[in-house]
Design a protein around this ligand. Structure first.
Ligand SMILES: NC(=O)c1ccc[n+]([C@@H]2O[C@H](COP(=O)([O-])OP(=O)(O)OC[C@H]3O[C@@H](n4cnc5c(N)ncnc54)[C@H](OP(=O)(O)O)[C@@H]3O)[C@@H](O)[C@H]2O)c1
Length: 331
């Protein structure tokens, strides 16, 4: 396969390169693209160096499959009206809710690809992916009437500038120095030694764009437009690894053992034994979504709670896209 990576110098792009190598994806040619800032930079892949290019005319003829990991505006400019033959797996939000574009987590809704004629496949948000995997496993036993979720999202979820800002803030706080403006550009408040209950922008009702994405994308992937999802998304001063506290409310008491079995047998989910914890530190670099603390609510057994954690750069982004590519090239 001729492979193209657009946004090759970013956090997701670099993770994509690492995983392609790790999994032995069949790469016959590699084309790497980024902004003008990175033109000429050399990146190593399988012992060879490749020069980073800007995206020029006819870029889509340079590969058979593209992994696109650039921000929304750049993706929109590049891909709106795309009519090329190459597959494009896009990580931005631009096409996720487009009814003509499949939004895919291979373990959950691979069928969406066959039902569409689009050459663009959208990769869901990094919080949506672990959430819908667990929810799909739960729904195989019983559909919850509502789900309440608090997502604790690491700094790398906002890209390399965000990670650099967190690191800078750490240095200033450790040195007990006043924070200059250039260490407060990405996040709406200081993140280090803090939490920020805002990801994206708020609408009139006070819901953030990230919270809306989590609900709408989950409904589309699960094919359940009525699913009641109540989300709060919080940025936390963790470098890599998103965690979610999830509560599912059912009509009647559910068999929690059946839910545990369904989670444990779901491809890509690891059910952590009772009494063991899983934190972002342990999930960094791992492929799977980890589920821990599965339990009944002590006051109402129609409610179950669980804790999820996954590497947002891997299953939350690059790995999910590569799994899509693997299925496209080897159905
Ligand atoms: N981080 C995550 O956990 C995560 C998870 C799921 C989805 N996503 C989505 O994936 C995308 C990339 O995220 P990221 O975290 O990798 O961001 P990032 O670290 O900020 O990287 C952005 C990449 O886009 C490139 N770029 C910027 N302008 C460009 C242009 N005009 N033409 C070509 N390339 C350009 C950058 O190149 P330069 O280095 O030259 O600036 C860089 O390679 C975003 O849409 C994000 O929402 C991220």
């Amino acid at each position: 396969m001729r492979v193209g990576i657009i946004g090759a110098t970013g956090l997701v792009g670099r993770t994509t390169l690492r995983i392609l190598e790790e999994r032995g994806f069949p790469v016959s040619e590699l084309a790497l693209f980024a902004s003008e800032r990175s033109t000429g930079e050399r990146i190593e892949f399988k012992g060879e160096e490749y020069e980073v290019m800007t995206v020029g005319e006819n870029w889509d003829l340079l590969a058979d499959i593209f992994f696109c990991s650039v921000d929304d505006e750049v993706a929109r400019g590049l891909l709106k009206g795309y009519e090329g033959d190459a597959w494009v797996i896009d990580k931005s939000k631009v096409f996720r809710m487009d009814p003509n574009v499949p939004l895919v987590v291979p373990e959950v809704n691979w069928n969406a690809v066959g039902e569409s004629e689009s050459r663009i496949i959208a990769n869901p948000n990094c919080t949506t992916i672990p959430f819908v995997m667990a929810l799909d496993a739960v729904r195989k036993v019983e559909r919850p009437v509502r789900i309440v979720v608090t997502a604790l999202q690491s700094a790398s979820g906002a890209g390399k500038a965000a990670l650099e800002e967190l690191s800078l803030q750490r240095e200033y706080l450790a040195a007990d120095q006043k924070m200059p403006q250039d260490a407060k550009e990405v996040f709406p408040q200081i993140l280090e030694a803090n939490l920020i209950p805002q990801i994206g922008s708020f609408d009139k009702a006070g819901e953030s764009s990230e919270e809306r994405k989590l609900r709408e994308e989950s409904r589309k992937i699960l094919g359940d437009a009525e699913l009641q999802i109540h989300a709060t998304c919080v940025r936390v001063p963790v470098e890599v690894g998103h965690s979610l506290a999830v509560s599912c409310v059912f009509e009647e008491k559910v068999d929690i053992k059946a839910i545990g079995d369904s989670l444990a047998s779901f491809s890509g989910i690891v059910l952590v034994p009772d009494g063991e914890l899983i934190t972002p530190r342990e999930v960094e670099g791992k492929d799977e979504v980890f589920c821990a603390r599965l339990r009944y609510d002590p006051q109402d057994e129609r409610v179950i709670h669980m804790w999820l954690a996954a590497d947002n750069l891997k299953k939350g982004a690059a790995l999910n896209a590569i799994q899509i590519a693997e299925k496209l090239t080897n159905p």
